[in-house]
Design a protein around this ligand. Structure first.
Ligand code: PBG
Length: 323
């Protein structure tokens, strides 16, 4: 029997359980808006803002100084550029294409990923093109638009494209389109196991992309459906993804772990907006210590098997890791 138990870990023990997360694992999500010299704080995501292309480089420069080397860009399209076909998503002048070019121009060592989805470019907010007079996504038309979007971003210099529209065969279609246009080196991050989640609320506020009718349960996974999630991961690997993802992270650590055990393949997790907002609100209310909470969360995602973590905590975590 132990005679006494320390009330705190000794420093030796603490070393044994050093934080498994490194700054190289973190991917910073950035929201890009039209115009110049504007930074708009996002109400539902304290500490996160939308940036015009010119100010985004400042944000990325700060992140880079903290050691972050990967970002994923989300375009927030103004209402006047939205319609029912989403052409602006693949315009060479779109905010994301311009942002990619600007970032790669200034920071050649920063890996730039882009989100490939139509929701922020559609008047109705769905992730694909809706068949006229129906409640269905037109798969062929949607895949065509997503392919054009991926090629446009690759042409602007994106290192990775990340299709998140949950359209059937999107990874295969994008891989073929990229190869056909000579972008064999542009990699695909599949949002493979993307659940229809309540945790996306703050993101939809940030990107103004909430669907105007229906929800996304027709094309995103049900939270109870682990079998389908694992099938989607296997499919994306087959279809040519260079990394697969589970999203959200925290309520889906079991899926992440299963994917890790099944596939010796690069694996990412998306620590989404709602997960971030909860931590921030709780810290603001004095319920917990934000830094300790963030380390516990990021460590759990790593422990479950993620190689990379997309997280809004990236800058804070990088700063704390450095300190
Ligand atoms: C686009 C997209 C969404 C998120 C990432 N890409 C929203 C959605 O599917 O509704 C959510 C990310 C987050 O909540 O942080 N389809």
């Amino acid at each position: 029997m132990l005679e006494s138990i320390p009330f705190m870990k000794t420093s030796k023990n603490q070393k044994k359980f050093a934080c498994p997360v490194s700054v190289k694992d973190l991917i910073l999500p950035c929201f890009v808006i039209e115009g110049t010299r504007r930074k708009e704080p996002i109400r539902s995501m304290p500490g996160i803002s939308r940036f015009t292309v010119d100010l985004l480089s400042k944000e990325i420069s700060q992140a880079r100084r903290l050691g972050i080397r990967s970002v994923i860009l989300f375009g927030v399209c103004s209402r006047r550029h939205r319609n029912e076909t989403g052409e602006y998503a693949y315009s060479p002048n779109s905010i994301v294409a311009r942002a990619v070019a600007a970032i790669k121009d200034i920071f050649s060592d920063v890996c730039v990923m882009t989100d490939i989805c139509l929701c922020a470019y559609m008047s109705h907010g769905h992730c694909g093109i809706v068949k006229k007079g129906s409640r269905h996504i037109d798969v062929k038309a949607t895949l065509e638009a997503l392919s054009k979007m991926a090629v446009t971003h690759a042409r602007a210099g994106a290192d990775w494209v990340a299709p998140s529209a949950m359209t059937h065969r999107q990874v295969r279609t994008l891989r073929r389109a990229l190869d056909r246009y000579g972008f064999k080196k542009t990699k695909i991050l599949g949002y493979s196991a993307k659940f229809a989640s309540n945790f996306y609320g703050p993101f939809r506020d940030a990107a103004d992309s909430a669907p105007q009718f229906g929800d996304r349960s027709g094309y995103q996974l049900h939270y109870a459906d682990s079998k389908q999630a694992l099938r989607e991961i296997a499919d994306d690997i087959q279809e040519g993804a260079a990394m697969v993802m589970v999203k959200p992270a925290l309520s889906y650590l079991d899926i992440l772990k299963e994917a890790r055990l099944k596939h010796p393949f690069p694996l990412a997790a998306y620590n989404v907006s709602g997960e971030y907002a909860m931590v921030k609100q709780g810290a603001k209310a004095g319920f917990w210590d934000e830094k300790k909470m963030v380390f516990e969360i990021l460590s759990s995602i790593k422990r479950a098997g993620a190689d990379k973590i997309i997280t809004y905590h990236a800058k804070d975590a990088a700063g704390w890791l450095k300190a």
